[in-house]
Write a protein that binds this ligand. Sequence first.
Ligand code: KG4
Ligand code: ZN
Length: 363
Amino acid sequence: MTLCLGIETSCDETALALVEDGRLIAERIATQVDAHSLFGGVVPELASREHLRVLAPLMDALLADSGRSLGEIDVVAVARGPGLLSSLLVGMSFAKGLALGAGADLVGVNHLWAHLLAPALEREIVFPALGLLVSGGHTQIYRIQSPLAFEVLGRTLDDAAGEAFDKAAKVLNLPYPGGRLIDELSQFGVPDKTLFPRPYVNNTNLDFSFSGVKTAIATYVAGNLHLRAGSMDSGLDGLLAELKGRGVLEELAVVCASFNWCIAEALRIKVERALDQSGGGVRSLVVAGGVAANSMIRSVMTELAAHRGLEVVLPSPGMCTDNGAMIALAGWYLYSAGYKHGMDLEAIPRGQKIPWDYCQMES
Ligand code: KG4
Ligand code: ZN
């Protein structure tokens, strides 16, 4: 039996989890969303201070929940990047201290790979798989040969899908991170497919670009200021009542649904293209990351997979966003295959390639 602790501090969630032989034992998460929403985005300085403040009490709570002790942990897995460097460093230092204190091994985990493996805690993933990672910081297509073999096939050239959703929400005066609200509002309308251009699809590659559609919605809203939401103080119901009261709910819903449709279409077209180019062999389609919680994207991907005879793997909403369980699971896969790191493990900020620099254990 191998007990793996997962530590996630790459952005604005502080999360810990224990995974034993691929099975989730316990998890704890402290979100900082409220602290950052005041500023309309994640403030790195605040994020790292908050990680430092909550990590130790969260660890105590995790051990109490699980009935396990520090000495029982075999391996400490930590998200080493990509992410905000100052936030990663807090998690990294905590991981190293714990590993030394508990006499456990240390393994650094690629946060993006962990997102794509997360659904394996809920159901089996059949490999080889095509992976679509859609989060607040990344949009990428992968070929996943096994839980340890990932190849990037396409990536965004500018903004991530989640960033585009959050920007659309911001221009509509919805609170950060607003992707989920665009999704909620879309439920009240049908897309007008002529409203915004489908971003970066008239080419033959597998990359994405969402900056154009982001500008398109900002320009549209600037010319239709009545669409901007009033106060969100009384939650979603209050917002809906306010929009209904002003008679703009339907119009706003069409704008949100149209924007959502453009993003879903860009993702669909590139995933179809990746499958066409993959030369067969792919058995499942894994969609992961915060934006994988989006209803339209989930139904588009489910339909696409069914059409191609592939299994679609969609994490439950809690498994889509950043969490400690996915780090613990990815760490457990690596450790079980004989990979670990020394105390010289480094954090890798966003934009830099994550090296394959494990020490191979003797079997
Ligand atoms: O993976 P994640 O938790 O954090 C990163 O690692 O980036 O993703 C957060 C992103 C945010 O941009 C948020 O607005 C978006 O996921 N998101 C959604 C939905 N739920 C979360 N975007 C569209 N529709 C949703 N239902
Ligand atoms: Zn993430």
